[in-house]
Design a protein. Structure first.
Lengths: 777, 88
């Protein structure tokens, strides 16, 4: 192991050690869910609906079951009947009935790729052959994939029983008619209309964003074995084994104690591996056959049937005085949830005006079902779309006011004590520090040169989550410490948690051996998501360290036959007391005392569970330079700088990596990624070849600047860092393109086709050559 | 008295009141008192005998960690915070 130079006031925190799982992952030795092997393993495949909206009239699997080597078929008829309930899914919650119907379609297939049936066979090819023998009779229905069309009164209805839940006062959304609008929510303060009337400048803009998939490299995979004694064990790829355990138990109506989930290494999740899709199916197939069953999605299945983030339509109206004070703000946010209610519009509402304090503001959010895959969490779920709309409008407002866009933001920035949109005052936050850092960054102050090049800026805000975590730690006789955690390691959390335990105990990082355990071996731990793991898991590590230190002091006191209060634990893990009556020093190194544990009362260990919600909200500011090719419409990112309040950077390399990863995904949203649906609601680009994500060849080195405003609600000042960096890229790039070619594009992504069409539209409208027009503000 | 701030979308259940004043004590008792004063709030806040998973409660700006066992000081400001997620 290599530990580089210390960069903070701490001894271990702020260094950059190698992650314990790094070598296995880069050499291909790490075991992922699809690597699961066991005797008598059966292979399963899923039959998916070829239609976006269809009633399932009948399913006949008799020919498939007659095929030699086919062991079982399951359909929705094999699932329990559940009508109500809400399940806590970690950073979000979901309706239980909807979750069950999404696993296997019951009366209706609601999107292209909706799972209809599954087959288990002795080999995967046979299972695929058997799918073709299952006869499903469909009655085709008209699909609706666009969120605004789905909101119309005459739209095709997905769920005849669905009625709008109104979470707002004084609005006229009907609540007694069949609709696709699942929820209308509103957050409001002040007198918005009067403030608009008093404003010197009012600007209103509309925006659209596509569906964006998380694009994790590893497809979903689950292996289940339902033993004859009734114990169900699942080996899978998931961000939260406990959430999977609880969801499977609830959906299959079995006790939690009968389910064990063994998390495997995970090849990316970004929120998309919080929901369950395969686990109940694999479990039922195993129950029917008495054999273990492995089910791995195809890439096509991942795109068609797992949750991207919502496509959205958003409208923003801002009113400002000439000095730049924004006195009124109004947001209308409509998010496509996909087939079942539960888009991230709530977070979109909460985050829309996040970096700012406006005295008069109103945010309306609509959760709308459409014939697409059920949306899932995706890195700051809901925030990129709403904040894109607000940030882009603020950039235009700055232009109208002839004001530096960062100065405008600083003038309206929120701060400690100001209420967020839900009315809760902010704790200590680094919003203004981030804005100052952007303004003073050499990138922002540098001169931009060249033809058709432009620069943009934008901010981002995300709540960050806390929630429950638990871990145990055991001191080994050689002076090392085994740390057992329940958090799946996605972004280097074995390292970041081990570092916080090492810091607390005065040990070296290399003395801590972290291990991710199954749901029977560690206390309940929520998902690795919401930027919570280093925060909440680190808090657990801190409390474990304090408890182990106290137990080591007690052990030394017992050996020396003195009071606990006389024993001290030093910053270098030495256990000391004043010399005895003969003047003999009383001192144990940590390793010396660890070696005496067995002969002085036994091993020392500790288990801690916490539910900490003093999460530190995160703010980010980005700067980008681009060049636009007027012939092709291609936008090339020339330079990118991401500045972020990260609280305390426990492992700066992994913090920087999180920021760079978030930026890369945000650039994909802004420039290339989108779902193509045809008129029948078929997804036309369900492959990495056609769903174009940025690669290293598309991006420059993404420079990062870490602003460290410690979170007072954490012993080491940790804030979540993984989500907020995906928020600013869309508005930042939109502004840069506008700066480069004088055209503001209000739909994401700004793919070459879209840019070219905009250039051609302006050229045609003005009667002059493409690209000579000005912004259409 | 502790002040419970009612989100706009729940004010239909409080006859439009934006705040409700209640004695401090355990959060569970404060919630009981709130529901006794405004029974229509029950559907907004509770599900299956516990606080809905899509509702968080902040006491003096800090999200609760001990659920309904949290102690509410007499001068506390309580916020009911709506879900991060969307509808159900």
């Amino acid at each position: 192991m290599v530990t580089t130079e210390k960069t903070s006031a701490y001894r271990v925190i702020g260094t950059r050690p190698i992650r314990p799982d790094g070598m296995d992952k880069v050499t291909g030795r790490a075991a992922y869910a699809a690597d699961t092997r066991m005797a008598d393993l059966l292979h399963a495949k899923i039959l998916r609906s070829p239609h976006a909206h269809a009633r399932i009239k009948s399913i006949d699997a008799s020919r498939a079951l007659a095929l030699d080597g086919v062991k079982a078929v399951v359909t929705a008829a094999d699932l329990p009947h559940i009508q109500s309930g809400i399940m806590d899914m970690g950073t979000t919650s979901a309706g239980t009935k909807w979750l069950l119907d999404n696993v296997l379609a019951s009366d209706k297939a609601l999107y292209h790729g909706h799972a209809v049936a599954a087959v288990a066979a002795i080999d995967p090819h046979l299972a695929e052959d058997a799918l073709e023998l299952i006869e499903v009779e469909y009655e085709l229905l008209t699909p609706v994939t666009d969120v605004r069309e789905a909101m119309l009164a005459n739209a095709p209805i997905l769920h005849p029983d669905l009625r709008t839940a109104v979470r707002a006062e004084g609005i006229d959304t009907p609540t007694d008619v069949a609709t696709n609008i699942a929820t209308h929510m509103r957050l409001e303060r002040g007198d918005v209309e009067a403030a608009f009337d008093a404003a010197d400048i009012v600007i209103e803009r509309e925006f659209e964003t596509s569906w964006f998939h998380q694009g994790y490299i590893e497809p979903h995979s689950a292996t289940a074995f339902w033993s004859r004694d009734g114990q169900l064990t699942i080996w899978n790829s998931s961000q939260g084994p406990f959430v999977v355990r609880d969801a499977v138990a609830r959906l299959l109506k079995i006790p939690v104690q009968e389910v064990t989930v063994v998390p495997q290494e995970i090849g990316g999740g970004f929120g998309g591996k919080i929901p369950i899709y395969l686990e109940p199916i694999a479990a039922l197939l195993s129950k029917k056959t008495g054999q273990p069953v492995r089910l791995t999605m195809t890439r096509e299945g991942v795109f068609q049937a797992t949750g991207p983030t919502s496509a959205t339509y958003n409208r923003i109206k801002l009113g400002a005085m000439r000095d730049g004070t924004i006195v009124a703000a109004d947001a209308y946010l409509a998010y496509a949830a996909g087939a079942y209610p539960g888009s991230p519009v709530g977070a979109g509402v909460g985050c829309a005006f996040g970096p700012y304090y406006f005295e008069n503001q109103r945010i309306d959010g609509f959760d709308v079902v459409t014939n697409g895959p059920k949306s899932a969490a995706y890195r700051a779920p809901g925030a990129p779309a709403s904040e894109f709309a607000v940030e882009a409008t603020i950039n235009e407002l700055a232009e109208r006011l002839d004001m530096d866009p960062i100065d405008l933001r600083i003038k309206n920035a929120t701060e400690e004590g100001k209420p967020n949109s839900a009315g809760v005052p902010f704790p200590r936050i680094g919003a203004k520090e981030v804005m100052d850092a952007v303004k003073n960054h050499p990138h922002y102050t540098s001169e931009l040169q060249g033809e058709d090049v432009g620069r943009g800026v934008g901010l981002g805000f995300w709540f960050n989550a806390g929630l429950e975590s638990g871990s145990s730690a055991t001191i080994n006789s050689d002076g090392s410490v085994s740390l057992t955690v329940g958090s799946v390691d996605i972004g280097g959390t074995r390292a970041s948690l081990a570092m916080q335990l090492a810091e607390t105990m005065g040990l070296e990082y290399e003395q801590i051996k972290p291990h991710v355990a199954d749901t029977d071996s560690v206390p309940f731990t929520h998902v690795t998501g919401g930027s919570r793991t280093t925060f909440a898991g680190g808090w657990v590590a801190y409390e474990l360290g304090i408890e182990l230190r106290d137990k080591m002091r007690q052990r030394a006191a017992d050996i020396w036959e003195i009071d606990l209060d006389s024993v001290e634990y030093s910053d270098t893990a030495a256990i000391t007391a004043l010399p005895d009556d003969e003047g003999t020093d009383r001192i144990f190194t940590f390793a010396e005392l660890a070696a005496k544990m067995s002969s002085s009362g036994g091993q020392i260990s500790a288990t801690v569970s916490i539910n900490k919600n003093t999460q530190g909200p995160a703010f980010a500011g980005h700067i980008v330079d681009v060049k636009v090719d007027r012939e092709t419409g291609k936008v090339t990112v020339l330079r990118y700088t991401a500045i972020q309040d990260v609280g305390t950077a426990i492992h700066p390399s992994y913090v920087e990596g999180q920021i760079q990863g978030g930026v890369a995904q945000g650039v994909g949203m802004a420039l290339t990624e989108e779902y193509y649906y045809d008129n029948e609601g078929h997804l036309a680009n369900a492959s990495f070849l056609d769903y174009r994500m940025p690669t290293t060849l598309d991006l420059p080195m993404i420079d990062t600047e870490l602003v460290e405003v410690p979170n007072p609600g954490h012993p080491y000042g940790v804030r979540g860092v993984g989500e907020v960096p995906i928020v600013p890229p869309m508005p930042t790039l939109q502004q840069a393109v506008a700066d480069a070619i004088g055209l503001r594009i209000y739909q994401m992504p700004m793919s070459p086709r879209v840019v070219l069409e905009e250039l051609l539209d302006v050229g045609a409208a003005s009667g002059i050559g493409a690209g000579s027009g000005t912004g259409r503000s | 008295m502790a002040i419970v701030h009612i989100p706009t979308h729940m004010r239909h259940a409080t006859d439009g009141a934006a705040t409700v004043e209640l004695p401090g004590g355990r959060l569970g008792r404060v919630i009981d008192a709130l529901l006794a004063a405004h029974p229509p709030l029950r559907d907004e806040i509770m599900l299956e005998g516990r606080v809905r998973p899509d509702i968080s409660i902040a006491i003096n700006s800090a999200m609760t960690e001990n659920g309904l066992l949290e102690e509410v000081p007499d001068d506390a400001e309580i916020h009911l915070v709506p879900a991060l997620g969307g509808g159900h």
